[in-house]
Design a protein around this ligand. Structure first.
Ligand code: TRP
Length: 336
């Protein structure tokens, strides 16, 4: 609990460009939850280097992501928006938790298997240890809830296991976090392959609409979206491409997919695609404008980054000192 509120922690990687899937599926939920919880939304740049990154590019993207958090509607004076690498406790707690996590547990992680298959030339210890750093992120703030997509559920389960194991040995140190699977978090699929989730790491840029795509690009990608030859607009499993477009449209407009289906009854696919593009641009245009303003206001963003790093450092240190004591580290002298 912080200030009488339950704590929420979540994070995103700054690798690749954010898509409307990240926004409609996750970030929009984050904004809705920000009133209900004491929130920590982290840019997890330490996780990013488990895959080789261009340093300048990583720095640029990480700052952009933080600006997008703000532009999407998160209030940086209320929610703690910060970089993982600015808060030393993440790495320190991860080390301790490493000693309470078994190789066998990490070996079972499906994301590790997927990523090591994809990056066979760089299967580093950090990639293997990724879930422990994630557990440290969450437990460091005694988070009660963690909004995650289904692909991260296994990591959250492991976090709970580690927390419970530690608590069984040392008493109630960690809050055992619950996953928060969004009620409304639309699952947005690729425009080119509606069987696959829209992903920021997709090689085909036409499958994804990026948050920073300009209106013409959005319109072009929508027009190229894969549909079918049924010639009807129905929200059903047999028409995954059309249904995905209806999902996007309803997530943007606040209508239900069934209402959207009705609205386009008897219309051609072109009409639907143009309407989807329009509803997307109505969200993306103001968001991009805000990002540009933040880009221009360096002093403001720098202050937010500093203040929030300080806030995160403060709360994380509370947990960290408790944990260090429990495992037998001597009390620290005051060091400047
Ligand atoms: N691994 C998450 C992802 O790739 C990002 C992440 C890192 C995270 N630490 C976290 C998410 C803690 C929730 C809580 O999506």
């Amino acid at each position: 609990m912080i200030n009488g509120n339950k704590v929420l922690f979540s994070g995103m990687q700054a690798t690749g460009s954010l898509t409307i899937g990240n926004y409609l599926g996750a970030m929009k939920n984050w904004v809705a939850l920000a009133d209900e919880f004491e929130c920590f939304y982290c840019v997890v740049d330490m996780h990013s280097i488990t895959i080789r990154q261009d340093p300048a590019e990583l720095r640029r993207r990480a700052r952009k992501l933080l600006q997008i958090y703000i532009a999407a509607g998160l209030d940086p004076e209320k929610s703690c928006l910060y970089y993982q690498s600015h808060v030393s406790g993440h790495a320190e707690l991860a080390w301790i938790l490493n000693c309470f996590t078994y190789m066998g547990e990490l070996n079972r992680m499906t994301q590790f298997k997927d990523k090591s298959a994809k990056h066979a030339d760089n299967i580093n210890a950090g990639l293997f240890d990724y879930p422990v750093l994630m557990a440290a992120d969450i437990l460091l703030f005694q988070a009660d809830v963690v909004p995650v997509g289904v692909d991260q559920k296994q990591h959250l389960e492991l976090t709970r296991t580690i927390a419970e194991r530690f608590n069984n040995l040392y008493g109630d140190v960690f809050t055992v976090p619950e996953p928060y699977i969004g009620k409304v978090g639309a699952k947005i699929m690729s425009l080119q392959d509606p069987a696959r989730k829209m992903s920021k790491s997709d090689e085909n840029p036409n499958g994804s609409i990026y948050l920073l795509d300009d209106p013409d690009t959005v319109a072009r990608k929508c027009r190229r979206a894969v549909t079918d030859s049924e010639g009807m607009i129905r929200y059903c499993a047999e028409q995954p491409g059309v249904s995905n477009l209806l999902d996007i449209y309803s997530a943007c407009t606040g209508k239900t997919p069934q209402e959207a289906e009705k609205e386009f009854d008897g219309q051609g696919y072109g009409v639907l695609k143009d309407a989807v593009a329009e509803s997307l641009n109505a969200i993306l245009q103001p968001l991009q404008k805000r990002v540009a303003e933040l880009e221009a206001d360096k002093a403001y963003v720098d202050r937010i980054i500093r203040d929030n790093a300080e806030k995160a450092q403060y709360y994380s240190t509370k947990t960290l000192r408790k944990v260090q004591k429990k495992v037998g580290f001597p009390e620290r002298p005051r060091i400047k």
